[in-house]
Design a protein around this ligand. Structure first.
Ligand SMILES: Cc1cc2nc3c(=O)[nH]c(=O)nc-3n(C[C@H](O)[C@H](O)[C@H](O)COP(=O)(O)OP(=O)(O)OC[C@H]3O[C@@H](n4cnc5c(N)ncnc54)[C@H](O)[C@@H]3O)c2cc1C
Length: 427
């Protein structure tokens, strides 16, 4: 049987030790079968267990194998589209609910870390950095917008103030969110998995769901076993493949790449990011970076549409890092890796139900660390019969990619090229 290890990364190399988990080799029954042990699956499992459900998680590879164990580690609140865009699409009542939830994911992460004593280098403080006056204007209106929904902790920074928190000359200003921050993402997933097990949940690794038998009592098949459940939660996101064709048709896996320097030492690290905040810029094809617990710089950026693995990640990302921090020109890159997130045409998440008992959440299009934690809570609420917040997400429109599965990659790349050009021209 296939034994898929973690891809080589800084996170895999610095992961907290955990015992291996078995593959499913039996026929079992459970209340909820969760497919995928990333944040969406683990957060759903935890909320369900806390509410008395019996939960079984099937993971094709290992806990946090997907984006949840490879991401930039940035706790970025809200969604990949602004609330005013959402409001225009679904109306004020739904927008009000979604707006109120926009910062809840970050709170859930902090609650999880505290309640289950998860060792994942959690740090407070995230910066949105503006590269042009237009982007700064956008941050100002975004702050006003978020305040309308009760999120008043944000601080605008002028050019001088942002230079105090990040030693990069590219920015004209920015916005600081102290409810943002950063984590070691794989260790967060591993800690959440341990919490699932501490509450009696079961996680099977190396156990891909290969077929779902739909019906009143759905059955999930793996190569050597099956799980009969009252409910199924599909949480495979960009790694799901074609298991659920309805979900594959309206989303597109995309790759994004990350590099990690050698340890910089306390002094150099502090000179770059004195308060240890994480930073993302405001471009459509954005760069994002932060320090690790052992004072390396993790720098991410770039998108590969269609999720092909680029040949030389360092050659793509290092020049971006040196543009932001020329002072790192002699610093060695110790790790470089790629991971897949799931893009939707609207860039908003797709949440819903297939038939009566198969629930899903996917496609947060980049800003997923907080959203996925919220999604787990909202899915668990729906399974408990409280669907108001679930419905607010489920009512967001889902669009198929133009050109279908064959042409969605070139069309999306064309769109990104256009927005990338706008970023470059500062328009
Ligand atoms: C390189 C990178 C950097 C990123 N940086 C950030 C960031 O800094 N901040 C931020 O907010 N977001 C970031 N994101 C996005 C964020 O990581 C994701 O949105 C989020 O982790 C998605 O979580 P998930 O649980 O939905 O999916 P995943 O974490 O991808 O988990 C899906 C899991 O399902 C499993 N699976 C799939 N199919 C099956 C099956 N048939 N049977 C069983 N298991 C299956 C997979 O093996 C995988 O473990 C980044 C993403 C990438 C790739």
């Amino acid at each position: 049987m296939a034994n898929t290890p973690y891809p080589e990364s800084y996170y895999a190399a610095s992961a907290n030790a955990v015992p291996p988990r078995p593959a499913l080799q039996d026929d079992i029954e459970t209340d909820v079968c969760v497919i995928g042990a990333g944040y969406t699956g683990l957060s759903s499992a935890l909320f369900l267990l806390e509410n008395g459900f019996k939960v079984t998680v099937l993971e094709a590879a290992k806990v946090g194998f997907g984006a949840s164990g490879r991401n930039g580690g940035q706790i970025v609140n809200s969604y990949s589209r602004d609330i005013d865009v959402i409001e225009r699409s679904v109306g004020p009542k739904q927008a009000q609910l979604l707006g109120q939830m926009a910062f809840e994911g970050g709170r859930i992460i902090r609650e999880r870390v505290a309640k289950y004593n998860i060792q994942c280098d959690l740090k407070d403080g995230g910066v949105f950095a503006a590269m042009t006056a237009k982007q700064m204007g956008h941050l100002e209106s975004q702050k006003r917008l978020w305040e309308r929904f009760g999120h008043t902790q944000l601080e605008l920074m002028d050019q001088r103030r942002i230079r105090d928190v990040v030693a990069c000359d590219q920015y004209v200003g920015g916005m600081l969110d102290m409810s943002g921050g950063h984590i070691h993402p794989l260790n967060l997933a591993l800690g959440e998995a341990a919490a699932v097990e501490s509450l009696g949940g079961t996680i099977y690794e190396q156990s891909p769901a290969v077929r779902i038998e739909r019906g009143a009592n759905p059955v999930v098949h793996t190569p050597q076993g099956k799980v009969r459940a009252k409910f199924i939660i599909v949480a495979g996101n960009a790694y799901l493949g074609n298991l659920v064709p309805e979900l594959a048709a309206k989303s597109m896996p995309c790759g994004t790449q990350v590099i990690t320097t050698e340890p910089l030492g306390e002094e150099l690290a502090r000179s770059l990011l004195p308060q240890d905040y994480c930073v993302e810029d405001c471009n459509y094809l954005l760069d994002y970076y932060r320090l690790t617990g052992d004072k390396r710089l993790i720098f991410g950026g770039g998108v590969v549409y269609g999720a092909r693995d680029p040949a030389n990640i360092e050659a793509i990302i290092r020049p971006k890092m040196l543009k932001a921090f020329p002072q790192l020109k002699d610093v060695k890159i110790d790790y470089a890796w790629t991971g897949n997130f799931l893009l939707t045409l609207s860039r908003l998440p797709q949440v819903g139900r297939l038939g009566d008992n198969i629930y899903y959440s996917q496609g947060c299009s980049g800003h997923g660390v907080t959203y996925t934690h919220l999604a787990g809570k909202v899915l668990a609420e729906a399974l408990r019969g409280q669907a108001e917040r679930f419905d607010a997400f489920a009512d967001l429109p889902h669009y198929p990619f133009p050109g279908g599965q064959l042409l969605r990659t070139p069309f999306a790349a064309l769109g990104a090229w256009y927005y990338g050009l706008r970023d470059k021209l500062g328009v």
